[in-house]
Design a protein around this ligand. Sequence first.
Ligand code: AMP
Ligand code: ZN
Length: 115
Amino acid sequence: MSTDCLFCKIARGEIPAPFLYEDEQVVAFRDIEPQAPQHILIIPRQHIRTTLDLSSVDNALVGHIYQVASQLARQLGFAEDGFRIVNNCNESGGQVVWHLHFHLLAGRQMGWPPG
Ligand code: AMP
Ligand code: ZN
């Protein structure tokens, strides 16, 4: 836990963000500045700064996050059309919030290469 981390505060319910999914390991909520018709963030409750801070003890957590993403995609009805999962790491990767998170994007045709 980090007291001054935005996503820790969201996970603890101190900053309101309606959860689309929550369990003891992760929470999912809508991005405040959506980049697609569906833009959801899936985060661990545990404060992990970046992908580089993951270790082998977190393997199940990352697998679980992907399972949650698939579950949300099915529930929200865009699994068949398709979606994109994005993790930005460090400055050049576009990371601005320093708590590990996975973007789940859908509802439009995604471009390639990504910007
Ligand atoms: P990243 O650039 O990968 O670090 O993504 C951080 C994301 O967090 C951005 O897409 C922001 O729009 C989003 N964000 C920032 N503050 C909030 C908030 N209070 N609630 C929901 N999403 C947020
Ligand atoms: Zn945090």
